[in-house]
Design a protein. Structure first.
Length: 269
């Protein structure tokens, strides 16, 4: 029996690479994407395709290549994403648009590209990698939280639209994991004399510590396998530390202002 064919956006590093390597050991046929293929000339863990999730023509070319070669596409993992931090008032709007284009529009473009094939084969799974940060508005990460929260809501809607075609959609929200996202994140500069200077600087240090001290991405990969193997995948999955997942329980259980106070205390604001 043929192995399932999996496409992972942002597969050359971090969580995407970890997922790809893990699924390859389980017998899956794995394809990953990267924006700059020439930067990964020595990459041989699985096949990498050059693709930018903001470029529809590149997406169509990559998806067509896989379907032509494999005859099917079973799983899409929308993993590619970028980070952004900064006071909303001081964050350049073109940077806000850029992050939405990658983190939200990108998965939408990818989903539109693979759904015709999945509907035709009457089988498919799309996993949207969001973030625990997408369940709450976090200070100085509001734009990032908004992109991931929007993708989570899109997941909920899309599931209902494609249910008659045996296509499943799930949202997987990681907490802090050891990846290179901090190096690629857009940081609004800490401006001398800014009303946000002190609080933004201290929050930024706390955010970076969380990434460097994060969990092993293999935990995300194992959750991906769990979703793939599920007969009826759930809407939402979370993976992270106990406190990260517990924070979501508290958000539901506590009054809004009490929860806001907990966040303010955590960030020392």
């Amino acid at each position: 029996m043929n192995s399932k064919v999996v496409l992972i956006t942002g597969g050359s590093s971090g969580i995407g690479k970890s997922i790809g390597l893990f699924l390859k050991t389980k017998g899956f046929t794995v394809y990953g994407t990267t924006r700059k293929l020439n930067k990964h000339s020595s990459f041989n863990s699985f096949e990498l395709l050059e693709m930018d999730v903001t470029k529809v023509d590149m997406i169509q070319k990559a998806v067509s290549h896989i379907i032509t070669k494999e005859g099917k596409l079973d799983v899409l993992i929308n993993n590619a994403g970028i980070g952004i931090t900064g006071p909303i008032e001081e964050t350049p709007h073109d940077e806000i648009l850029k992050v939405f284009d990658t983190n939200f529009n990108g998965p939408v473009h990818m989903t539109k590209a693979v759904l015709p094939q999945m509907r035709e084969q009457q089988n498919g799974l799309i996993i949207n990698i969001t973030s625990i940060a997408g369940y709450m508005g976090l200070p100085y990460r509001g734009v990032y939280s908004a992109t991931k929260g929007a993708l989570g809501l899109l997941t909920e809607a899309l599931r209902m639209e494609v249910k008659d075609y045996n296509v499943h959609i799930s949202n997987l929200a990681p907490g802090d994991f050891v990846t290179n996202i901090a190096s690629g994140r857009y940081h609004s500069p800490v401006l001398n004399g800014s009303p946000y200077e002190t609080s933004y600087k201290s929050t930024l240090e706390l955010i970076n510590e969380g990434v460097h001290d994060g969990e092993d991405p293999i935990l995300v990969a194992r959750t991906v396998l769990k979703i793939i193997n599920a007969k009826k995948p759930k809407v939402h999955y979370k993976v992270g530390t106990f406190m990260q997942k517990f924070s979501l329980f508290l958000k539901k259980a506590l009054p809004d202002k009490v929860y806001e106070k907990l966040l303010l205390n955590h960030y020392k604001l």
